[in-house]
Design a protein around this ligand. Sequence first.
Ligand code: GUN
Ligand code: ZN
Length: 437
Amino acid sequence: MIGEAFRGGIFHFLSDPKDGVTGCYEFFEDGLLVVENGRITQLGDAEPLVDELDISVRIHEYAGKIICPGFVDTHVHYPQLAIIASYGESLLDWLECYAFDEEKKFDDADHSLTTANHFLDELLRCGTTTAQVFGTVHPESVEGFFTAAEQRDLRMICGKVLMDRNGPLGLLDTPETSYIDSKNLIERWHGRGRLRYAVSPRFAPTSTPDQLATACQLLREYPGTHLQTHLSEDKEEINWVKSLFPSCKNYLDVYKRAGLLGKRSTFAHCLHLTEADWEILQDERCSVAFCPSSNLFLGSGLFDLPRLQFADVKVGIGTDVGAGTSLSMLQTIADAYKTQRLAGNDLSPLSGLYMATLGGAKSLDCDADIGNFKIGKEADFTVLDPESTPLMSYRMQNCKSLEERLAVIVLLGDDRAISATYANGHCVHDRDIDEES
Ligand code: GUN
Ligand code: ZN
């Protein structure tokens, strides 16, 4: 592949702003990002880099825009796309009324592939290049998802839901079938190109202890696979877990005893945990997916971000669509900011942007490959447009610093602020071309 270069404002994180804002990011007002064979080979000020480029290198001009690493959505359900914004009720009712019925459709391979294509196009329109994604209980759902992700050359994580009780007919497996189906999917897809597999028990109420043991067996047999599930989202759910697992100390203890905690384990929500739980999550190097939009929509509770940061637990941001109401990480960071204000905490837009890029990549143990523009990493990035709406453009005139400009993009932005998205160096979304067609 011939090299390509991207010229414009370039922004990326080097470390977490919570450990000190000074030096936590790099910004080149007129920068140049050089990509060869899908990897970043050079980054710096356009002058003098541009004069040293081979004449065969094509230069993409993004003057006035800000090129930043692709967003990482650490928790989302692609099969729930068609029921996004289904009005009403708390978690358990919402699952029964909307999510479960929709998920039944994914025993069909064509439906799975069509929905996955639609979902990935939407993600890329929102600037998200990596996500950790739930399928449904049906292996077809994961097959469709990985097929669509491979066609776009994306770094994606997905897994078949394990669910052998407390669900409707058509949405249940058994410990035996879940083991065989997951094993087949892992052998076919895990580590193929940029795809990774996540063992995915839905949540404690829908798995028997036998099935949770199966999940642990899969993680042990296939080192490098991920674990994704839900934890402590809703008070009614927590009481249900208590009654289903009377010998466990609490919700987290169910997963701990099953052997599901580790450095590639992501627990979504974590709204009602104890001090001891945070310490366990820290000691086991687990990560947490903060899903503010979903937490607001279902009224599940407020996330204790400062407590989590104090414990030094890895945290990423999840849209949690379909309970979340947007696939846009910009909108989701804005919701994170607002829920933290409501809880009396501060979340700077800069910290939100970190969690949606390098922080998310670290959460998913993918930061060796993505998350910022370190030389050698994969060229997954998005091009932010600070003039994407008349209001944003007007507000920008009043900005006195880069950090203020970024805050305005985060707090007023949505899919319109994404001018283009690149995955492994290829253009996978161009707003201006899409608008014309
Ligand atoms: N807990 C178990 N399943 C789900 C789901 O699909 N969405 C959310 N938000 N929480 C869950
Ligand atoms: Zn979820």
